[in-house]
Design a protein around this ligand. Structure first.
Ligand code: AMP
Length: 282
């Protein structure tokens, strides 16, 4: 496994491998790897000749009051995890390498961002899309793997690949959870003991919604109220949003039908957690 920190070297290696006819799978991350990230690597490994992992905490996608400086980092541990998962290259650039001077261009995402995390994190998806355009051009993958834990990100990336004609297949990967149902996240380390005990209620609220829909409820507002009550009854945390949309278009629904996403974000004292479920309704 090679660790590469410069764009020039990464692009040169990938251009040479692609010229030899190798297929490239790519897993973008911000590091502090856990089983969620590992599941992306495990999915990608057998589908591609070459597996590239990037670790880059992208300043462009953090708002001024968000946790950029506090974002957890542990490169030595990530290095070992990547090695064990059969990664061929880790691309590990600095922020200066990725953004050397004030850029003349950035990507503006025009659809699928005025809801969910896009609404409460203005500019976040522009930052995600901008760094991905750079990373896609540097790594030149055939397939890119993204977790459905960040389902809005998957929807945005689908639009980005389509609109800008990247010759890349987007592969969405299901959310990996702890035994008690909490979605694995690098931010879970910031939960206090009490909060960690409460956090599985987010998924329980979503499961309650699923069961209620399965027994016939089709009114989105009733479902939102149900989840909100479940979370506020069980967690000392502030609900940022609980919303339901069509997926992946993220359009508002008057009544529940077709492929839908129920997504939520909840603020505990030092961590904002997100979760979602995607359902197909007859
Ligand atoms: P991050 O390092 O948080 O930017 O995440 C990198 C990738 O891992 C993204 O595509 C995430 O959606 C994915 N990911 C993070 N947590 C999970 C999880 N619990 N299950 C599946 N994928 C995940």
């Amino acid at each position: 496994m090679k660790i590469i920190t410069t764009i020039a070297e990464m692009q040169k290696e990938m251009t040479a491998l692609k010229a030899q006819g190798h297929t490239v799978g790519y897993v973008p991350t911000m590091g502090f790897l856990h089983e969620g990230h590992m599941s992306l690597m495990k999915t990608a490994r057998p589908q591609n000749d070459i597996l590239v992992l990037s670790i880059f905490v992208n300043p462009l996608q953090f708002g001024p009051t968000e946790d950029l400086d506090a974002y957890p980092r542990d490169f030595d541990r990530d290095h070992k995890t990547a090695e064990a998962e059969g990664v061929d290259f880790i691309f590990y650039p600095s922020a200066e390498e990725m953004y050397p001077q004030e850029a003349s261009n950035k990507v503006t995402v025009q659809q699928r961002t005025n809801v969910l995390c896009g609404k409460s994190r203005p500019g976040h998806f522009d930052g995600v899309a901008t760094v991905l355009v750079k990373l896609f051009n540097i790594i030149q993958p055939d397939r890119a793997y993204f977790g459905l834990k960040d389902a809005q990100q998957v929807a945005v990336v689908e639009g980005l690949i389509k609109d800008f004609n990247f010759p890349i297949e987007l592969v969405p990967v299901n959310t990996i959870r702890e035994d008690d149902g909490l979605a694995k996240s690098s931010r879970n380390v910031y939960l206090s003991k009490e909060e960690r005990a409460q956090a599985p209620e987010l998924n329980k609220g979503l499961q309650l919604a699923k069961a209620t829909i399965e027994s016939g409820e089709r009114n989105p507002q009733n479902i939102v109220r149900l989840i909100n009550k479940h979370i506020t009854d069980h967690c000392d945390a502030e609900v940022d949003y609980i919303e339901i949309y069509s997926y992946p278009e993220l359009k508002k629904l008057e009544t529940l039908s077709g492929k839908i996403i129920i997504a939520l974000a909840v603020r505990f004292s030092k961590a904002r957690l997100i979760d979602n479920i995607i359902l197909e309704i007859e």
